[in-house]
Design a protein around this ligand. Structure first.
Ligand SMILES: NC(=O)c1ccc[n+]([C@@H]2O[C@H](COP(=O)([O-])OP(=O)(O)OC[C@H]3O[C@@H](n4cnc5c(N)ncnc54)[C@H](O)[C@@H]3O)[C@@H](O)[C@H]2O)c1
Length: 322
């Protein structure tokens, strides 16, 4: 490489990732925490590569990039980037394909078990000196032998199935793009028609991208046909579950509970009714925020930039923009 490549790290990544860039004489990098549009517009002009987290990068910012060749996403979702514009400008988008699945699928199990076991019910009972009331508490649910539907069977869905099988759940998969053979080989059963099969499920966990096909997939119509003990988990993207419909369904006892890591608007507005609904378990888009995963993501984000300029970036890390 002749000139040093200028890399802008938009919002900090793990120091192990920064170290890789620091140790490589082909790169100069700057970490910026000020993500106001005007600052991004100023900084992006002369960059060869950027890394971004979940913050939306406005098209008007990308438009100003004169040399930008790669956007390295710290994560796997890329709905915060204008794909069409990147294609026009011949900008590669890379993701941390290997980093997230274990952390996110563990978070799903954490949410599922928390909801099934009454969140902090037992802990609160003992700590508030009410041990003697143990027989009067609402009964927890088991997940053993229950039907779970994994909707979206990519990296995270396939990590989740292993955990569900470990708990001896019956796993069904809805993913029009994955063959029945593949699903069967991993211990699941493919379903073709979500509407038809949803009434047999005790748990539904969503692991697909947000796009025009998946937006509002979980709506009042579908919620009406679910089992009364059904638990829905969304650790994919906000907007796949219609939040107003979910809140209504929970209030009407159409389903048992829901776990949401992601929201239509992040952070959610303070008047979002789900914030006051005891039947939901919420986390602030932190399914991948484990110590270990943050380190893996930081390293992979930096490696993808380095590999790109070395000509070694694997196709499996690159988003194929149609
Ligand atoms: N909560 C978090 O912190 C967090 C972290 C990582 C990823 N995610 C999100 O999780 C989701 C899954 O990530 P992944 O790495 O497994 O992605 P992936 O690309 O490996 O898998 C997605 C799967 O969804 C399937 N799919 C696409 N459209 C579908 C539809 N309409 N119905 C059913 N299936 C559909 C695809 O065939 C694919 O198999 C993404 O939305 C990603 O943004 C969230």
């Amino acid at each position: 490489m002749t000139d040093k490549k200028k890399i802008l790290i938009i919002q900090p990544i793990h120091k192990a990732g920064l170290q890789l860039l620091e140790n490589n004489s082909n790169f100069d990098f700057e970490v910026i925490e000020n993500i106001e549009i005007e600052n991004l517009k100023l900084k992006i002009k002369n960059c060869d590569g950027i890394s971004i987290r979940t913050k939306k990068i406005p098209s008007e910012v990308i438009q100003l990039a004169q040399k930008l060749k790669i956007i390295s996403r710290h994560g796997v979702g890329y709905d915060n980037i204008d794909l069409k514009l990147c294609k026009e400008k011949n900008i590669t988008i890379a993701i941390t394909a290997n980093a997230n699945a274990a952390a996110v699928s563990e978070h799903v199990m954490f949410m599922l078990l928390s909801i099934a076991k009454g969140k902090n019910m037992y802990d609160n009972t003992v700590k508030s000196n009410n041990f003697k009331d143990r027989s009067n508490l609402p009964k927890a649910l088991e997940i053993w032998n229950k039907n779970i539907l994994i909707a979206g069977f990519g990296r995270i869905g396939q990590a989740l199935i292993k955990r569900c099988l470990g708990f001896e759940m019956n796993v069904f998969v809805y993913d029009p793009f994955i063959s029945s053979n593949k699903i069967q080989s991993l211990g699941g059963t493919k379903i073709e028609n979500l509407k038809k099969e949803v009434s047999n499920m005790d748990v539904i966990s969503l692991h697909m991208p947000l796009n025009e096909n998946s937006k509002n997939l979980i709506n009042y119509d579908l919620l009406k046909s679910m089992k009364k003990n059904c638990i829905i988990i969304n650790a994919s993207r906000g907007g796949i579950v219609n939040e107003k419909d979910l809140n209504k369904a929970l209030d009407e006892n159409l389903i048992f509970g829901a776990g949401l890591d992601v929201f239509e608007k992040e952070p959610p507005d303070s008047d979002n009714q789900l914030l006051n609904n005891d039947k939901v378990f919420l986390s602030p888009h932190t399914a991948s925020f484990t110590e270990e995963c943050m380190k893996r993501m930081g390293i992979e984000t930096a490696e993808n930039i380095i590999d790109f300029f070395d000509g070694n970036l694997k196709d499996s890390k690159i988003i194929d923009i149609k």
